[in-house]
Design a protein around this ligand. Structure first.
Ligand code: PLP
Length: 363
């Protein structure tokens, strides 16, 4: 899918088309489909086909980052429209809504999207998008995608799902009723912490998607051909990697939940997690991300990260290396994240080594 042997040369790995411009025919037309690289280029074209195919959508648009993709969806609305968004949400998306789209006169209500009654109560006549992120950053809160999609349909709104943490390998929001999926492909699609990217996938090639396409091409937040090439390469190993990430995260979650110095583990694959049953229904497995609260406060949590030898202190997720982060520090003074919470992205190292590293760091 999106991958074919290069016809002129037989190259198995696709060439990177760095050209920004393409030849016109004498009559002024572009029969080969490409004119200028901001509008489209062969590497991005292949990547978008892969995004659409994996998510089961009719069309996809690739962006230069996850936030550029998410921003394009909100930009496709008009000022005065209303959005319902989760109160547990990737903090960059919250900042995008508050700092960029609120002054643009987009109305936003933040609700607990795991509570359907709260979502229903927030619906207004001008509600256009109900946005969910599931599992959500950083408490792994789960939203019931098909139930939220039904509320959106009744309200005449679109259900948009940030599927970054699950990936289409584990969860297919469009099949569950969502209208659009967004991704930070910087994370699991790229998979090696070396490329930024984002995607919007639409169930239908409709007028709303045309607006997103227009924002991509005219707004210009497009990925470079090399970025697309790296993401396409990442996509080829995504299913194997995500299974491994997910297996390791589950083992780490079980280990941590039995540790006396851990107050609480946030992982939707544990029966104690409030979203466990919905996660079992809508996910194939539970993903590579987990959070845990260390007994004590910020100092105790930071002390654990200071003693780790294999797991690296750093933001982001979805790479081959395990990363740990004190989330409240990066989210800033408005953060509602508990001060003793650490977020962990399970990498592809031997999971026994990761468990031993946490064991010695917890002391
Ligand atoms: C990282 C992330 C984003 C933002 O993506 P960028 O590629 O950093 O712009 C959006 N949503 C989720 C869930 C993320 O983890």
């Amino acid at each position: 899918m999106g991958h074919a042997v290069d016809a002129p040369t037989g190259a198995i790995a696709p060439p990177i088309y760095l050209s920004t411009t393409y030849e016109r025919e004498a009559d002024g037309s572009y029969p080969r489909g490409y004119s200028y690289s901001r509008a489209d280029n062969p590497n991005r074209h292949s990547l978008e086909r892969v995004f659409a195919g994996l998510e089961g959508g009719a069309a996809a648009a690739a962006f230069s980052s996850g936030l550029a993709a998410i921003g394009a969806v909100f930009q496709a609305l008009v000022p005065g429209d209303h959005v319902i968004a989760p109160n547990v949400l990737y903090h960059g998306t919250t900042r995008l809504l508050n700092d960029i789209f609120t002054p643009w006169n987009l109305q936003t209500s933040y609700v607990d999207t795991s509570d359907l009654a709260e979502i229903r109560a927030a619906v207004r006549p001008n509600t256009r998008i109900i946005f969910v992120e599931t599992p959500a950053n950083p408490t792994l809160a789960i939203a019931d995608i098909s139930a939220v999609a039904q509320i959106a349909e009744t309200a005449g709104a679109k259900c948009v799902c940030d599927n970054t943490w699950a990936t289409p390998v584990l969860q297919q929001p469009l099949a569950l009723g969502a209208d659009l999926v967004v991704h930070s492909t910087t994370k699991y699609f790229g998979g090696h912490s070396d490329v930024l990217g984002g995607a919007v996938v639409s169930k239908h090639a409709d007028a709303f998607f045309d607006r997103i396409r227009h924002i991509q091409q005219i707004g210009g937040a497009v990925p470079s051909p090399f970025d697309c090439w790296l993401l396409l390469r990442g996509a080829q190993t995504l299913p194997c990697r995500i299974r491994n990430h997910s297996e390791s995260a589950f083992k780490l979650a079980v280990f941590l939940s039995e540790h006396p110095l851990v107050e609480r583990v946030y992982y939707p694959g544990l029966a104690a997690h409030p979203g466990y049953e919905i996660a079992c229904r809508q996910m194939k497995s539970f993903g590579g991300m987990l959070s845990f609260a260390v007994k004590g406060g910020k100092q105790e949590a930071l002390a654990v990260t200071g003693k780790l030898n294999i797991i690296i202190r750093g933001t982001s997720l979805g790479g081959v290396e395990s990363l740990i982060e004190h989330r409240a520090s990066i989210e800033g003074p408005d953060s509602k994240t508990p001060d003793n919470l650490l977020r962990l992205s399970a990498g592809l190292e031997n999971v026994e080594d990761l468990i031993a590293d946490l064991q010695q760091a917890l002391g």
